[in-house]
Design a protein. Sequence first.
Length: 289
Amino acid sequence: MIKVLVTGAKGQLGSDLKDLAINLPNIKFFFIDIDDLDISNSDETKKYFASNTFNFLINCAAYTAVDQAETDKENAFKVNALAVKNLISGIHPFQTKLIHISTDYVFRGDHDLPYTEDFPTEPQNNYGKSKLAGEEEALMYPDAMIIRTSWLYSSYGHNFVKSILKKGRENEELKVVNDQLGSPTYSGHLAEAIIQIINSDLKKEISFTPGIFHFTNTGVCSWYEFALKIKEYANLPCRIKAVPSKHYPLPAKRPAYSVLSKEKIISTYKLKIPGWEKGLRDCLKQLNQ
């Protein structure tokens, strides 16, 4: 029986993977979170893997409080970088294949074309720097695949979609920034892509390919345009007003442009990636259930 470990099981992606795992009887999934194992503790992690072996490890665990990371740098690096090193130390003797989730924040964010996987990294905040440090750890392991994503949301956890739904029902007007561009990513679609990658390898159709890949839903919009579409699909009664980012200064600098090129993952794994509007519809459908 193929065994797959998912860390960060209570997060958005971990939760969506858990939903899909129910329909995959050929794979035995193990879902853990910090309550089960503190992967930033090297001794605990080493002990865990000494008695538990897996064919695949999907690392969804992350410190994602972007603004908080500006003053809590040590913990951001502990979870986003040191923990990756600990995981690799644990799985290395068993040649477990690693799928590690990263972010668009590793880039400077002022480009005007979709970022390819080999574009120079230059994170502008501590969150991005900690995630880049995690990538560097992962790349030292020969069986590591890094998937960078952006603007992730789900029917689980806290995210932009759920925030707009809540505030849109409570307020007459919402102000949303219109000068940051990206590709919203429905976590459920990323989870499906990860399962397809694993299944393709297990069926010997497409071999697991280490390296860096990008995955988001297709298409580009601003946060303002994204909010308008949420309002439309959910029939929210509020008005939505476009404002520049300078009206909302935050501790961590945000990328103005964070569109990721998906060509490499599409060509390598023959993925069909839905548009971001389809992702939003699927998420809202899940929330309504």
